[in-house]
Design a protein around this ligand. Structure first.
Ligand SMILES: [Zn+2]
Ligand SMILES: [Zn+2]
Length: 96
């Protein structure tokens, strides 16, 4: 699994600080970049498709890999019901 890695420039942010899609490559829909954790259960994401940008407050996915030793499991950092590919399934680093 590889990151979508599409970048976007939020109209209200520094153009030198693009958002980068953290979702898995090959899905159909909006791109998403995690912006900030407001509370453990409340994360702010930027979503975009072409030139249309929105904010979304989403709950974290938190699924972990059942095949990994429970002490080493890392919860998924994406949001609930994200397109296929949990954060721990990616083999590449994010790059914008
Ligand atoms: Zn994307
Ligand atoms: Zn996940």
């Amino acid at each position: 699994m590889y990151h979508c890695n599409a970048s976007g420039r939020l109209p209200w942010k520094d153009p030198h600080d693009p958002v980068v899609c953290e979702l898995g490559r090959g899905y159909d829909g909006e791109c998403a970049d995690h912006l900030v954790e407001m509370e453990p259960d409340t994360h702010l994401w930027a979503l975009w498709e072409n030139d249309r940008f929105t904010y979304a407050v989403l709950r974290p996915c938190c699924m972990s890999d059942p095949t990994v030793d429970p002490v080493k499991r890392e919860p998924c950092t994406l949001f609930v019901e994200h397109p296929p590919g949990h954060s721990w399934e990616f083999r590449d680093m994010l790059h914008g």
